[in-house]
Design a protein around this ligand. Structure first.
Ligand SMILES: Nc1ncnc2c1ncn2[C@@H]1O[C@H](COP(=O)(O)OP(=O)(O)OP(=O)(O)O)[C@@H](O)[C@H]1O
Ligand SMILES: [Mg+2]
Length: 287
């Protein structure tokens, strides 16, 4: 590995084109997957996934339970090793042997369904912990940045609160603020509103919408079709470990081409008058 590879991406002159950090160059996808395969034992969960996400793009991923959506995000974040293919982050092959996993993860923010906040730490301490411990940022500087980050999710007033003093929506927003502290080049969201009471979903989606509008590159697994439609630049439908359809959200949602996409969307009650068309099938499912 060359010395240049050890620097923060974009800070090395070799990484720049006409002064623009490589990360910001429109012609280099922030994330790309080439023929990615992943199995758990006999269960082939990703069966050759090709995907490319441009800088500033919000990509929404939908699909049935078990279709491989979480596994896909976990492979990008190197939480799961892949069996075949390649994943590139800003042009660097991060799935190559010997890649610096912790450096890669510092460029990728991930937010899960479970907020995973430390219960004994305030919102402020939850948000600053990683930059203080991993980036060695002094406490005062970390807290100054954290106030900006908490303000960006509407929680500047809650810095001194512990997780149990916050609603689920507020806790999830703290989790987003925490991820943003590492100044990620891409954010991965895995069903981050699924565990929330319905009235708390909107406040988290608004934060994600604003983040997308600010130019953050995002991969978002969600069942929130309104979000997909209004915020997504592109929509991907996954089925049985493959991308079976992708395109502009309105096109895929309103005019799905593939029968599997149509069936999925009918089941999630997204087609007009779909409730009228639904029946319980022989297996006890909805068809
Ligand atoms: N760590 C693991 N070990 C073994 N099997 C796993 C593991 N993680 C996921 N799987 C299996 O991989 C398949 C895809 O799981 P994954 O969690 O990626 O689906 P998903 O699309 O995110 O589903 P959901 O919508 O329910 O979250 C499932 O069959 C699941 O049981
Ligand atoms: Mg999942």
């Amino acid at each position: 590995m060359s010395a240049a590879r050890e620097t923060i991406p974009g800070s090395d002159p070799a990484d720049r084109v006409a002064g623009v950090p490589r990360a910001a160059r429109a012609d280099v996808p922030v994330v790309s997957l080439e023929g990615v395969h992943k199995s758990f034992g006999d269960n082939e969960v990703l069966r050759g996934v090709d995907l490319s996400v441009a800088a500033g793009q919000a990509l929404v991923i939908i699909g049935r339970s078990g279709s491989g959506k979480s596994t896909l995000l976990r492979c990008i974040n190197l939480l799961e090793p892949i069996d075949d293919g390649r994943i590139l982050l800003e042009g660097d092959e991060i799935t190559r042997r010997g890649a610096d996993v912790s450096r890669v993860r510092q460029r990728i923010g991930m937010v899960f369904q479970q907020f995973n906040l430390f219960p004994h730490l305030t919102a402020m301490d939850n948000v600053t912990l990683a930059v203080r411990k991993i980036r060695k940022v002094p406490r005062a500087e970390a807290e100054t940045r954290a106030r900006v980050s908490l303000a960006s999710v509407g929680l500047e007033e809650k810095a001194a609160h512990y997780p149990h003093q916050l609603s689920g929506g507020q806790q999830q927003r703290v989790a987003i603020a925490r991820a943003l502290m590492m100044e990620p080049h891409v954010m991965l969201f895995d069903e981050v509103t699924s565990a929330l009471d319905p009235e708390l979903v909107g406040e988290v989606l608004i934060v994600m919408r604003d983040l997308a509008r600010s130019g953050m590159t995002m991969l978002v697994v969600t069942h929130e079709m309104q979000f997909a439609r209004e915020v997504g630049d592109r929509l991907v439908f996954m089925d049985e470990g493959k991308i079976v359809e992708e395109g502009a959200p309105v096109d895929v949602l309103d005019r799905p081409r593939d029968e599997r996409t149509r069936t999925f969307l009918r089941r999630t009650l997204q087609l007009p008058d779909s409730l009228e068309e639904l029946e319980i099938n022989d297996e006890g499912g909805v068809a």
